[in-house]
Design a protein around this ligand. Structure first.
Ligand SMILES: Nc1ncnc2c1ncn2[C@@H]1O[C@H](COP(=O)(O)OP(=O)(O)OP(=O)(O)O)[C@@H](O)[C@H]1O
Ligand SMILES: [Mg+2]
Length: 246
């Protein structure tokens, strides 16, 4: 049943830099849901996403994608990278046309060439950038660039999209557009989203499940409304009610 299947799981995951910044015993993400990861600055949110996306190896522990253990260099990593993409706070675009940027993900996954242009147009329309195909990506505003990054990331309908503060630098109209896109994609394709956000209001608007991370640990996880209206841990309450400085 949709929502019951585990897409990503971590076990005994830790990351040590100068000190231990992440330590998670076991956590599972279910397919088809939108997760919001919230927590104060330095809680380990970005580190968690980087480990999930196989950008960095964990110090200890394992990550399972659809039940299979994956690591940065293992054989499974390539297959996983085809199904999982990440969008960062600052969009990383190539210095080429908007169209080439969006088509990149399709090319890498061997999407039929003759259908690429049509797909790019559809995606650009979706992110409100009709007519931008031939613009140089370097000339876009921050909000436009982030929308191109998102169009590129979802071009091949990955099973899972990881987002690290995707709207932190954007104005309200771009924030709304991106939130709507995430909600639409989730509803239409069942894509799973794991989004780190500083903005507790954003988490409340779009997440179905919220994970509260504090000092590298998961303090509380729950259905979004429950986390905001009836948190079980005092630290969660302090954070969602704005008493924890961050
Ligand atoms: N490459 C690194 N080397 C050393 N320390 C690191 C490194 N990356 C992160 N850290 C430390 O790990 C801790 C967690 O950082 P992380 O970026 O995951 O936090 P965050 O929750 O994303 O914070 P923010 O909300 O400010 O983005 C911080 O104390 C940070 O200084
Ligand atoms: Mg961060």
């Amino acid at each position: 049943m949709r929502g019951e299947e585990i897409i990503l799981e971590v076990q005994n995951l830790s990351k040590v830099y100068d000190k231990e910044v992440l330590k998670l015993e076991k956590f599972s993400f279910q397919r088809g849901k939108i997760y919001g990861i919230i927590g104060p600055s330095g809680a380990g949110k970005s580190t968690f996403l980087r480990l999930l996306n196989l950008l960095e190896p964990p110090t200890t522990g394992s990550i399972y994608f659809k039940g299979k253990a994956v690591s940065m260099n293992g054989d499974a990593a390539l297959a996983v990278r085809r199904e999982m993409t990440m969008v960062f706070q600052k969009p990383l675009l190539f210095r080429s046309s908007v169209s080439e940027n969006v088509a990149y993900g399709l090319k890498a996954r061997r999407f039929p060439k003759e259908k690429t242009q049509e797909r790019v147009e559809i995606l650009l329309a979706k992110v409100g950038l009709k007519g931008f195909a031939n613009r140089n990506a370097g000339t876009l505003s921050g909000g436009e660039a982030q929308r191109v990054a998102l169009a590129r990331a979802v071009a091949f309908e990955p099973a899972l999209l990881l987002l690290d503060e995707p709207t932190a630098n954007l104005d309200p109209s771009n924030v709304e557009l991106i939130e709507r896109l995430i909600l639409d994609l989730n509803r239409e394709t069942g894509m799973t989203f794991i989004m780190v956000t500083h903005n507790i209001f954003q988490a409340r608007r779009i997440a179905q499940e919220v994970v509260f991370l504090h000092e590298g640990r998961i303090v509380e996880v729950g259905e979004t409304e429950k986390i905001f209206t009836d948190p079980q841990d005092q630290r969660t309450r302090d954070f969602v009610e704005g008493r924890m400085i961050y």
